[in-house]
Design a binder for this molecule. Structure first.
Ligand code: ADP
Ligand code: MG
Length: 224
């Protein structure tokens, strides 16, 4: 009998556990934040300062949860035909302001009529995680380009940024739990992303050079 779990099994357990914990923790965090704000608004200067620190720490915890389940509704795990164009439109409200805040922009070129199979919430999570990484890599005059097309019975999706790029040695580590090069990173976004894409029978590849941007290329079986 072998007590040692395979790396893949361990990764599986860590990520499914973390996903359910994240979901349970999200609501109490939000409630606590609301009350802290309320108390802060009625407090003396010194207390205000402490409340602000407490709120910032809560927000830090929320970033971790964002990487896991921005849209997740675990009880609704149904698989449908996903309209790629429609999903991009739905997440524009989140990603456009993020890009603007970082002094850059998003360019979208996704025609209607491209359908892939999967869970809409999870696919949105994939798109958010990848686009967020592109935005977080912004240098001067940042841009993320999103485009989609079909070829050989597959739907291809490219997310390309002109940001800081990835070292060759780091490319192999993408998707490892907790691998991050950011001071406030979680190193969980790509792990979650890879798992979802695998479940959708899709593929993902990264092309990147240090200081020369990154292109993420995904493909999914096309729904006829
Ligand atoms: P996090 O974003 O919290 O660091 P991720 O799993 O999303 O965790 O990404 C892991 C690491 O992969 C990042 O810290 C970064 O080093 C690298 N990375 C991913 N996408 C990009 C990108 N578009 N440009 C540059 N580096 C990237
Ligand atoms: Mg990330």
């Amino acid at each position: 009998y072998n007590h040692q779990l395979q790396l893949s099994e361990r990764t599986e357990i860590i990520s499914s556990l973390a996903a359910s914990v994240a979901h349970e923790v999200r609501n109490p965090l939000q409630v606590t934040r609301g009350f802290l704000q309320l108390i802060g608004s009625r407090s003396e200067e010194k207390e205000k300062e402490y409340m602000q620190i407490a709120i910032e720490e809560l927000d830090r915890a929320s970033v971790i949860i964002t990487d896991f389940l921005t849209f997740s509704k675990p009880q609704l795990d149904e698989t449908v035909d996903i309209d790629v164009n429609q999903v991009i439109k739905q997440i524009e409200g989140i990603i456009m302001p993020l890009a603007t805040l970082q002094g850059g922009r998003i360019a979208v070129s996704v025609p209607p009529g491209l359908y892939i199979r999967g869970n809409v919430s999870k696919f949105k999570q994939v798109m958010i995680n990848l686009i967020k990484n592109g935005i977080e890599a912004f240098q001067d005059d940042g841009e993320v380009q999103i485009r989609a097309y079909e070829m050989d019975s597959k739907v291809y999706l490219h997310i390309k940024d002109n940001g800081q790029g990835i070292e060759a040695a780091e490319l192999a580590k993408l998707g490892e739990p907790y691998f991050t090069t950011k001071t406030k990173g979680t190193g969980l976004g790509l792990m979650v992303t890879f798992r979802i894409i695998e479940a959708m029978q899709g593929e993902i590849a990264f092309e990147s050079q240090k200081n020369n941007g990154t292109e993420v290329i995904m493909s999914f079986p096309k729904v006829m």
